[in-house]
Structure formats: structure tokens, C-alpha cells
Design a protein around this ligand. Structure first.
Ligand SMILES: NC(=O)c1ccc[n+]([C@@H]2O[C@H](COP(=O)([O-])OP(=O)(O)OC[C@H]3O[C@@H](n4cnc5c(N)ncnc54)[C@H](O)[C@@H]3O)[C@@H](O)[C@H]2O)c1
Ligand SMILES: N[C@H](CO)Cc1c[nH]c[nH+]1
Ligand SMILES: [Zn+2]
Length: 436
């Protein structure tokens, strides 16, 4: 029997109770951050030797060198060729759909830059360039994520990134063939079987064996998320994509077994994953809870699910679906399922969610694998200001300023005036030299 926390939005201290559900245990958070900081500092100083030590310790390997942890292209190709036909076809279909979506995104999101000319011949614009080299983190501690290989590498390649360096831990040295096959399909350039904060450090600082990258993207556990936060500035990062989350807002019209399984689907990722149901119908909440208890024993990862739902799960009774949408905006979940009749009316009221799944048939799991949009999404309420991983994460923009001689006469006077105002003589001088 799982005891899931029950909240009622009419309770006086409801907001505080909800905040407590969403918060991570502060002491745990600090301990993880300290551990990540110490690992990063060590990798920065000792390079490969530190990466090797932590990899052998945390992933229970007996590797002799970091070079020995690189997987050659031949091995990626062989993994692809070894797949059973149905699995290979599914992987290819997922890759094709993810690529199609991101190609559309590239076209629609202003990837070509722009220029325009002013009347005096001055040209202004913006140039968009892909990053040269990116590191993609593919999680691998508690589960293997071939789908995350596709979700990270395909948008990078669509953006035009020249070199994609993938890191993925292989606990006890067990390589996942589907992960390697996905790397082959997605065109990953180099793969190292390392993970955790040490992999983030290696990509951020570079080591004798692992090339320094310009940006690190991809999801991971709390150690990976803490390490990414800490290396931001030395390299770019995409977002904080930590332990998975699902918020289901339901009007009570979906089969309770479906919703229970949807809650399991994210809980099974990690003990720290979070699954929340928000519904105006107390009877329906009770039916989902009964279904959870009915279905749990058949789940191979039932202990992970149990811990996640017990420690971080919640079922929230609200006044109505309007209030459910307000709470969805507060929670700003990684995944929001609007499991309701006429879901669009509720989606219109939601501003903060990494991805929205509308209607009874859009299970979150379809988005995880093959719908097409990216499954690397902001967690821990960062959907208030972050977006899904996309082609735009692998591009940067440069401003273009090409001033004509005529333009220099007008702009030069404005700039010089403001430069004198700031007390910056050389700025004024360089503008004034170009005046006739
Ligand atoms: N938000 C997203 O888009 C998304 C997508 C897929 C997965 N996820 C999440 O990614 C996470 C994957 O986690 P995972 O653990 O399976 O794999 P992981 O690869 O993120 O982490 C494994 C690594 O963590 C490090 N580690 C483990 N225990 C440690 C300790 N005590 N001290 C220091 N380092 C330690 C080890 O180096 C290990 O190699 C899950 O939380 C899952 O929910 C998120
Ligand atoms: N739900 C994860 C993102 O939070 C992605 C994933 C990959 N495989 C299964 N699920
Ligand atoms: Zn998932």
C-alpha cells in the first residue's frame, strides 16, 4: 500500500504544503552540490586521472585509461547492425520523427538570421552560427536512454554542429546496444563511457583525452544537474534537466488505470522523480489511488516507483479545472498532461510547462520516445524561464554592423555626444575620426 500525500486547495496552509512537496530536501541538495563541486575541482586539476578514478569508483569499472573508455565508430555501427529488426525500425522511426520536428523548428525559428539596409546605405543584421563542438550527456546510472541520444544529438546535427561528443556512464561496464545504435543513427562523432559530475567536468575543462566543448546539454541525475550549474560560464549549458516530473491535471474523464500508469511512468525513472495528480473530483482521486495500489506489484521497478511516489508524489483536490490550471502554472512541471475533455480550453490557461500533452490519448511516454518534440525539458520549476532543448540551443547569434560613410556622419555625432557624457574620450575620438 503506497501512502501518497493528499492536499486540498481549500486548506489554509495549502500554498506552503505545495511548496514543501516541490522542494528538494535542502540538506540532500547541499550534500550533492558539495560532492559535485569537489569532483569538478579534482577533474580540473588532475584531468584524466581524476576522471578514471571517479568512473572506476562510481560506475564500478576497472578501466586503466580514459582512452580505453572511448567507443569507436565501428562498435557503434556494429551495435546498430546487431539490433532485432523491429527494434531497429522503431529506433529509426523515432529518429526520423525527431529530425523532422527539429528541421521544422530550424526553419520556423529564424535560423537564417537577417539583414536590412537603412536609407544611407548602413546595413544591420544578425548572423546565426552553429556551435563548433558540443558535449551531450546521456544518462545511464539507473536506466539506459537511447531516446536521449536521439533527443540530444539530432537537434545538434540539424543545427550544423561540427563535432558532437557524447558521454554516457556504463555501470559495471555494461554497454547498452540500443544506446550505441542510437549514437550511430544520430551521427554522434565521439562517445566516452563516463558519467556523473566527472563527465561534466571533463567536457567543461577538457583533459588530455577528452576534448573541451563549447556547451554541455542533456539531462541527468542530481549530481549531473549540480555539476552543470557549476560549470556554466566556462561552457554554455542548456538548462537544468534533472529528475523527471509529471503533473496530470484531470477532469475525471480518463480511465484511472491510464492516469495511474502515467504517474508511474515518470516515478520509475528515479527515487527523486516527481508525479503529481491535480483533480477537482475527490472520488476520482480515490480511484486513481486504488489503481496505483492494484498495478504497482506488476512493475519491475516498483521499489523506485514506491519511493518516488511516497516521498515526492502528491494528489491534489482542487475546486475546479480553472484552479487546476493556476496550480499548473505554480508547479511549472517538466511534463503536463491535460487529461480532459476539450483540453485546449485548459491549455490556453497554462503558461508554464516544459511540454504539454493534450487529451486522453497523449500519454507523456509518447513524447519521451517518438512524438517528435524534444524530451529534454526543464525541471524543478525552471519551465518558468527555460524551454525544451532545441536547435536554437546549438546556435548562437552575432550582430552585424556595416556602417556606410554617410551613416558614419550621423551615427558618429550621436556616439561622440554620448561618449563625452560617459567621460570616455577614446570612444568619442574613434567616432569623430570618421566624420568628414
Ligand atoms: N529532464 C529530462 O529531460 C530527463 C530525461 C531523461 C532522464 N532524466 C532523468 O535523468 C536522471 C538519470 O539519472 P541516473 O542516475 O539514471 O543516471 P546519470 O547518468 O544521470 O547518473 C549516473 C552517474 O551519477 C554519478 N553518481 C551516482 N551516485 C553518486 C554519488 N553518490 N556521488 C557522486 N556521483 C554519483 C555517477 O558518476 C554515475 O555515473 C533521472 O533522474 C531521470 O529522471 C531526465
Ligand atoms: N521522461 C524522460 C524525461 O524526463 C525521458 C525519457 C527517456 N526515456 C524514457 N523517458
Ligand atoms: Zn520518461
Amino acid at each position: 500500500m503506497i501512502q501518497i500525500r493528499k492536499l486540498d486547495s481549500t486548506a489554509e496552509n495549502f500554498k506552503a504544503q505545495l511548496a514543501a512537496v516541490l522542494a528538494f530536501e535542502a540538506s540532500e541538495d547541499e550534500a550533492i552540490d558539495r560532492a559535485a563541486a569537489q569532483i569538478l575541482a579534482d577533474v580540473k586539476i588532475r584531468g584524466d586521472a581524476a576522471v578514471l578514478d571517479y568512473t572506476n569508483r562510481f560506475d564500478k569499472l576497472d578501466a586503466q585509461s580514459v582512452a580505453g573508455l572511448e567507443i569507436a565508430q565501428d562498435e557503434l555501427r556494429a551495435a546498430l547492425d546487431s539490433l532485432a529488426p523491429a527494434r531497429r525500425a522503431a529506433l529509426q522511426t523515432a529518429a526520423d520523427r525527431v529530425r523532422a520536428y527539429h528541421e521544422r523548428q530550424k526553419k520556423e525559428c529564424g535560423s537564417d538570421g537577417f539583414t536590412y539596409a537603412e536609407a544611407d546605405g548602413t546595413v544591420l543584421g544578425q548572423k546565426v552560427t552553429p556551435l563548433d563542438r558540443v558535449g551531450i550527456y546521456v544518462p545511464g546510472g539507473k536506466a539506459a536512454y537511447p531516446s536521449s541520444v536521439l533527443m540530444n544529438a539530432i537537434p545538434a546535427k540539424v543545427a550544423g554542429v561540427q563535432e558532437v561528443v557524447m558521454v554516457v556512464p556504463t555501470p559495471a561496464g555494461v554497454k547498452n546496444e540500443l544506446v550505441l545504435a542510437a549514437a550511430a543513427i544520430a551521427g554522434v562523432d565521439r562517445v566516452f563511457t563516463i558519467g556523473g559530475a566527472q563527465a561534466v567536468g571533463a567536457l567543461a575543462f577538457g583533459t588530455a583525452t577528452i576534448p573541451q566543448v563549447d556547451k554541455i546539454v542533456g539531462p541527468g541525475n542530481a549530481y549531473v544537474a549540480a555539476a552543470k550549474r557549476r560549470v556554466f560560464g566556462i561552457v554554455g549549458i542548456d538548462m537544468i534537466a534533472g529528475p523527471s516530473e509529471i503533473l496530470v491535471i484531470c477532469d475525471g474523464t480518463t480511465d484511472p488505470d491510464w492516469v495511474a500508469m502515467d504517474l508511474f511512468s515518470q516515478a520509475e525513472h528515479d527515487e527523486l522523480a516527481q508525479s503529481i495528480l491535480v483533480c477537482p473530483d475527490a472520488g476520482y482521486i480515490a480511484r486513481v489511488e486504488a489503481s496505483i495500489n492494484k498495478q504497482l506489484d506488476a512493475m519491475p521497478r516498483k521499489e523506485v516507483i514506491r519511493t518516488s511516489l511516497t516521498n515526492r508524489g502528491a494528489m491534489v483536490k482542487v475546486r475546479d479545472m480553472d484552479e487546476a490550471c493556476e496550480i499548473a502554472n505554480l508547479i511549472a512541471a517538466e511534463h503536463l498532461e491535460i487529461s480532459a475533455e476539450n483540453p485546449q480550453q485548459w491549455a490556453d490557461k497554462v503558461r508554464h510547462a516544459g511540454a504539454m500533452f493534450l487529451g486522453h490519448f497523449s500519454s507523456e511516454s509518447l513524447g519521451d520516445y517518438c512524438a517528435g518534440p524534444n524530451h529534454v525539458l526543464p525541471t524543478s520549476r525552471t519551465a518558468r524561464f527555460s524551454s525544451p532543448l532545441g536547435v536554437y540551443d546549438f546556435q548562437k547569434r552575432s550582430s552585424i554592423i556595416h556602417v556606410s560613410q554617410a551613416g558614419a556622419q550621423t551615427l558618429g555625432k550621436v556616439a561622440a555626444e554620448l561618449a563625452y557624457g560617459e567621460g570616455l574620450q577614446a570612444h568619442a575620438g574613434s567616432a569623430e575620426y570618421r566624420l568628414k
